[in-house]
Design a protein around this ligand. Structure first.
Ligand code: 5GP
Ligand code: MG
Length: 183
């Protein structure tokens, strides 16, 4: 039995469940980019753990690049206005780009990044997300090609997802206790 931190109500996806799904996703991505060299673009910092496991599970040759952003206002009720804190190091024009994200909730953040990255004319643009909270989606028509897990409307922590900057290092994905959400 896993000893849960007091803030965590229950395990949503176990460490083993994550590992198996990440390997299956890597196989899907390998099949999609056969013979190509995609640039995996990751959004710091939530995707860090997912990306580290995904990149090692991939067999296809690929590059990594990073962006850092911050949402204006609270992350619980944001408007989709995002400030870029760090841009990519490399040009992506003419290259296949795969945006790797931790969780797509309203989709507003990823919609902003999609516009930004597509304007640079990559040869293709797709999104891979570990978690998809489809029930909360506001932005339509996002090119989400790879989804690890569908998630309900709960606040998740662990495997890169933080609660007030901590709990991100849990090896599993847990559900935050409901009473903490607006506390
Ligand atoms: P969106 O723009 O899709 O509404 O917001 C996505 C971002 O909100 C994620 O990248 C993440 O930073 C944050 N987020 C959404 N749901 C959760 C969650 O359940 N737990 C944590 N820790 N962050 C979340
Ligand atoms: Mg994110």
């Amino acid at each position: 039995m896993t000893m849960l931190p007091p803030e965590v109500a229950r395990v949503f996806i176990s460490e083993d469940g994550i590992r198996r799904r990440v390997h299956a996703l890597a196989a899907e991505i390998d099949a999609t980019y056969a013979g190509d060299v995609p640039t995996l673009v990751s959004v710091l910092k939530g995707s860090l753990y997912f990306l580290a496991d995904l990149t090692r599970a991939l067999r296809c040759r690929h590059r990594l690049d990073f962006m850092a952003i911050t949402a204006y206002g609270s992350s619980q009720a944001h408007t989709g206005s995002v400030r870029l804190l760090k841009d990519l190091d490399e040009e992506i024009a003419g290259r296949p780009v795969l945006l790797v994200d931790d969780v797509i909730d309203t989709g507003l953040t990823v919609a902003y990044l999609t516009r930004l990255l597509r304007a640079r004319q990559p040869s293709s643009f797709r999104i891979c997300t570990l978690l998809d909270k489809r029930v909360r989606r506001i932005s339509e028509n996002l090119p989400i090609s790879f989804v690890g897990f569908e998630a309900p409307d709960v606040f998740l922590v662990g495997y890169g997802l933080d609660y007030r900057q901590t709990l991100l290092n849990l090896p599993y994905i847990g559900v935050l206790r409901q009473e903490l959400i607006n506390a």
